[in-house]
Design a protein around this ligand. Structure first.
Ligand code: GAP
Length: 530
């Protein structure tokens, strides 16, 4: 999809992110490096919260998903098997006049050298024909730098999951259907990084590979395959085929985005057309977000058939099929016509995969027959549903969604516009600001520090005693802090015993203030930010 021009809102967001320490240009003191970004104090907290929430939602809150943390550099054979060495490329053209190199579909727009978030037109010099440009970063492992030592920085976290599938299966006591999740860095030498952090060269992914039974196996065991259906299909059932699992994960992922503050109205589902689908994919849904520069992909959810495990089985020589006692028993009890029909469907799918992968038709027919015969013994290669999200794109979406401006006129008639970052409390970098009303009153300071220390074990707290209370509220609003706790003379009991040991809790979005006993503070704030 074409990526439209950046706009004024984007300029404001970029400026706020730098000014408040969400995002900085990498290596800025040396003029920056295109496509690389650093997260400052607030950005680092935001990112950590997002990754923790994803992990909790996908791994900790479920019985059927296990985690993995693999290395960034892996055997280069993984990338040969996955197809990345041969096909992970963008068409690229060179300009003979300005010597620039551009993605063929983006040659009319490049990032402005002075202001990379702005797009400018490229020169009209003569261009070369498009050539494939592999997006993987290469390096060398060990002291000798020749072809035999070439390795790649992983362009996605997913392949390590496939490569470790058997180990996780054997050590986690999981059974298909189950998933393996991973969060980590990925690297792509994008021809034209653009739209701030949206398309970077170093970024993070949160990926789940959810392994399911092929439809033929579901039908053999359950006697039917449930149709895809509409909306969220509810709790997983044993008669679900790939279509319903795919629908389930699309809905689960949208619910996750809603739970961290991206309303459904800001999201769109884009179902890839048959022409857009990778040859092995049965369906792919992109979840799009309305970024200030256009509606763009946040996450892709692909039904990838058994392609990945099959590739690694073929290229490594290590079997990736699983054994399923239920299938072995059910297969024996099937009536002959249905057994034949399921055998044939499974055979044809395997034959299709093998011939598309370059196996010659005769060998492919023999291998597909072996695979289909395996059903009777309870063996099959699992299929996979892959929800794959970019951390940095999600951070950018959360920042864009939270950004709001308010104009306020003071007693002297002076109007000021200020920013409020309306983050959902779950993702907000700082949960609570703790503010003594005055910094030069030791009793107030002492009490405020006691409140800070009370909250700190449970919540991210920022203690601030500098400037007027209004200024401090405004600073926390700009950081997106959902609650501020003010310790004042009432807290000290100077305005009557009934208010002693109570504080003012101010809410960022409404500016409403309520009086809360210190003894109830931690429980109340924990409940409001989880
Ligand atoms: N394993 C599947 C996979 O990697 P992808 O659509 O290429 O699929 C998944 O990437 C997600 O990773 C995207 O939806 C996006 O959020 C993020 N992503 C991909 N390339 C990126 C880039 N250059 N910069 C930032 N995020 C990127």
């Amino acid at each position: 999809m074409a990526e439209p021009r950046s706009n004024e809102l984007m300029e404001k967001i970029v400026s706020l992110c730098k000014r408040r320490g969400f995002i900085y240009q990498s290596s800025e003191i040396y003029g920056g490096i295109n496509g690389f970004w650093d997260y400052g104090p607030l950005g680092a907290e935001l990112k950590r919260n997002v990754k923790d929430l994803w992990w909790r939602h996908i791994v900790h809150h479920r019985d059927d998903v296990a985690g993995l943390e693999a290395t960034i550099i892996m055997s280069p054979r993984i990338w040969e098997a996955s197809g990345h060495v041969d096909t992970f490329s963008d068409p690229m053209i060179d300009c003979k006049t300005c010597k620039g190199r551009f993605r063929a579909d983006q040659a009319n727009e490049i990032p402005c050298p002075q202001k990379p978030s702005k797009m400018v037109s490229e020169c009209h010099g003569e261009k070369t024909e498009p050539r494939a440009f592999n997006l993987m970063f290469t390096t060398h492992v060990g002291p000798v730098q020749d072809d035999s030592s070439v390795a790649y920085l992983r362009p996605e976290t997913a392949q390590a999951i496939f490569a470790q599938f058997k180990n996780v299966l054997e050590t986690s006591r999981q059974k298909v259907p189950f998933g393996i999740a991973q969060v980590g860095k990925a690297f792509r030498n994008e021809v034209t990084p653009r739209n701030y952090t949206f398309r970077s060269r170093e970024f993070e992914q949160m990926e789940l590979e959810y392994f399911i039974k092929p439809d033929e196996v579901v039908e053999a065991i359950q006697g039917r395959v449930a149709p895809a259906g509409d909306g969220h299909p509810g709790e997983p059932q044993s008669d679900w085929g790939w279509q319903r699992w795919h629908k389930y994960w699309v809905e689960e992922r949208i619910r996750f985005y809603e739970s961290i503050g991206l309303p459904r109205t800001t999201l769109e589902e884009y179902w890839q057309t048959p022409e857009e689908l990778a040859h092995y994919a049965r369906a792919t849904v992109d979840i799009l977000f309305q970024f200030p520069f256009g509606t763009q992909e946040l996450e892709g959810i692909a039904a990838r058939s058994d392609f990945d495990l099959s590739q690694h089985a073929r290229c490594s020589g290590k079997p990736m099929a699983v054994f399923d006692e239920e299938l072995r028993t059910a297969w024996k009890d099937l009536e002959e016509p249905r057994r034949q029909a399921l055998w044939q469907r499974y055979h044809d799918a395997r034959y299709g995969y093998l011939t598309r992968s370059g196996v010659d038709p005769e060998a492919a027919a023999a291998m597909a027959k072996d695979d289909a015969d395996g059903l009777a013994k309870g063996n099959y290669v699992p299929h996979v549903i892959e929800p794959s999200a970019g951390v940095d794109r999600l951070i950018l979406a959360l920042i864009a969604n939270a950004f709001s401006e308010v104009s306020e006129t003071d007693a002297k008639g002076k109007t000021e516009t200020r920013v409020i970052m309306r983050f959902h409390p779950r993702v907000a970098p700082i949960k609570v600001g703790v503010l003594p009303l005055l910094r030069n009153k030791p009793e107030l300071v002492q009490k405020a520090k006691a409140v800070r220390d009370l909250l700190r074990p449970h919540l991210t707290v920022f203690y601030d005693d500098g400037g007027s209370i209004g200024r401090r509220y405004a600073r926390q609003d700009e950081a997106g802090t959902p609650f501020c706790v003010t310790v004042d003379f009432e807290t000290l009991g100077e305005k009557g015993p009934e208010l002693a040991d109570t504080v003012t809790v101010r809410e960022r979005d409404t500016a409403a203030q309520t009086r809360v006993p210190i003894a109830e503070l931690a429980a109340m704030l924990i409940a409001k930010t989880r």
